[in-house]
Design a binder for this molecule. Structure first.
Ligand code: AHR
Length: 507
């Protein structure tokens, strides 16, 4: 059966600009993300620092803007000093977060060099688990300092003559989580984050600082955590973070496909809380969201279980989820949700980049390939340009056990006022029915379809492997047709699509 849905767009109804930082990702010292992921000195494409050029190329193709580093749970026990200076003198340490051994072959200087080479912006996290204000200040001075001080001289002596000039900093990681080293109450963390931010701004008032929000909306402290932390630290920080991971549970594909409903509610709840603190505190500025961990993650599978006992391996296989077509549809839909909230979500990071719940996979010393989730991310990053438009949607709905009645169609649209180009991103959440989508474009000058791509497959459990990463790719959707009212396109069940429209060029 073909169901019908309508999307009405108007260039005057703008939510806000598409922010490049929406397309951030995350590299943590976890499993094989760093070692044999981005860094693999024995790989045939390795550069002088040991970084894999094939992964650099894929990261560029993915369209990543910022990369958060070095954690994640890892950062809450990390001593950044261990990762600088001559490699042979760097200590091996226990990584308690992931029950691994950290060899410190890569540290802040190498990471920033990798960022420059890849064309991404570093987003640095400081350890507020086992450490505090002084260590955060030392790392900031080491990275960004320009005066002739011991820490700046140290950086220079390590070959980084120019300051790293890192603008955006995360003040700890998931400090609300009892699993976190140095886990704190909201009141304890609120004080620490305010004092750390205040001190860091004494060194550089123009930093952009992120306070930890909740590590998921399921946390018992969700909401109250944000209220208490922001009450303490409102004037000192710019962002509050949000983290969310989704997966198909107990075969409930319908709820899983509606994961963006939860992300919408999460964003609305955090912005409402931040705005309530703003009102009570008579603050002028607004706090924005850094959704700096989001993805599909099957965290209850064996692959997410860290080693135990006397086993403390270097770079074990951990969190290496293989993503199928339905997972990619959800990832595409989560990006739609992030774009929809571009007025309040000013940064986001797909967690993570390589091997660990990642769009890019590698073999140690060998091949690299794109997972299914790579494609909606890369295409959205490439074609979502200009302003995000408000969307008026008419759509059939369906019932889910997790979120109640939800829309079958979810969509976002962008408009580039400079070129007139319009991009529509659309998901059909139906498992059985095709959705005939009409995009009403009557408020726009003449547009024509330049490209329509759809990611779907009769077997949506298909996953890419090193041997076959290309059988299922976004394919041209030949159904897209212009009419007087706009454009009509058929969206297959469990699909993600991008529709690109350009101004008709006069003959
Ligand atoms: O991304 C994997 C882990 O998920 C991160 O280390 C942590 O911050 C979150 O719980």
């Amino acid at each position: 059966m073909t169901l019908a849905a309508t999307l009405t767009l108007d260039p005057a109804f703008v939510v806000g600009p598409v922010r490049r930082r929406t397309f951030g990702s995350f590299v943590e010292h976890l499993g094989r993300c760093v070692y044999t992921g981005i860094h693999d000195p024995d790989h045939p494409t390795a550069d002088g620092d040991g970084f894999r050029e094939d992964v650099v190329d894929l990261t560029r193709e993915l369209g990543v803007s910022t990369v958060r580093y070095p954690g994640g749970n890892f950062v809450s026990g990390y001593r950044w000093e261990d990762g600088v200076g001559p490699r042979e003198q760097r200590p091996r340490r226990l990584d308690l977060a992931w029950h691994s051994t950290e060899p410190n072959w890569v540290g802040v200087d190498e990471f920033v060099r990798w960022c420059r080479k890849t064309g991404v912006e570093p987003m640095m996290a400081v350890n507020l688990g086992t450490r505090g204000v002084q260590e955060a200040l030392d790392l900031l001075e080491y990275c960004n300092g320009t005066a002739d001080t011991a820490l700046v001289d140290l950086r220079r002596s390590h070959g980084s003559e120019q300051p790293h000039d890192i603008r955006i900093w995360c003040l700890g990681n998931e400090m609300d989580g009892p699993w976190q080293l140095g886990h704190k109450t909201a009141a304890e963390y609120g004080r620490l984050v305010a004092e750390t931010a205040r001190a860091m701004r004494m060194m550089d008032p123009n930093l952009e600082l992120v306070a930890c929000g909740s590590s998921s909306s399921d946390m018992p402290t969700f909401g109250e955590w944000e209220r208490v932390v922001l009450t303490e630290a409102y004037e000192h920080v710019d962002y509050v973070s949000a983290h969310a991971y989704y997966c198909e549970q107990d075969g409930d594909l319908g709820s899983f496909l509606a994961s963006a409903v939860d992300m919408d509610r999460f964003i609305q709840a955090v912005t409402a809380t931040a705005d309530a603190v703003r009102a009570v505190g008579r603050h002028r500025k607004r706090i924005h969201l850094s959704f700096d961990e989001w993805n599909v993650w099957y965290m209850h599978r064996a692959t997410s279980k860290p080693p135990s006992g006397d086993d403390w391996p270097v770079a074990p296989v951990l969190l290496e989820d293989r993503y199928n077509v339905a997972d990619a549809v959800v990832v595409g839909n989560l990006l739609i949700a992030l774009l929809r909230h571009t007025d309040r979500v000013h940064a986001a990071s797909l967690a993570q980049l390589v091997n660990v719940i990642a769009p890019i996979m590698t073999e140690p010393g060998g091949r690299s390939w794109r997972q299914t989730t790579f494609h909606p991310f890369a295409l959205t990053s490439r074609y979502a340009v200009g302003d995000v438009l408000r969307t008026a949607v008419q759509t059939p709905t369906y019932e889910t056990s997790r979120y109640g009645e939800v829309a079958l169609l979810d969509a976002a649209a962008t408009h580039d006022a400079a070129t007139g180009d319009v991009t529509v991103l659309a998901v059909n959440r139906s498992q059985d029915d095709e959705l005939g989508l009409t995009v009403d474009l009557q408020r726009f000058d003449d547009l024509e379809v330049v490209e329509a791509l759809t990611l779907a497959h009769a077997d949506h459990s298909w996953s890419a492997t090193a041997d076959d990463a290309t059988s299922v790719l976004p394919r041209p959707n030949e159904s897209a047709r212009m009419s007087a009212a706009g454009v009509r396109i058929e969206l297959p069940p469990v699909s993600w699509s991008v529709l690109r429209l350009c101004r008709v060029t006069p003959a």
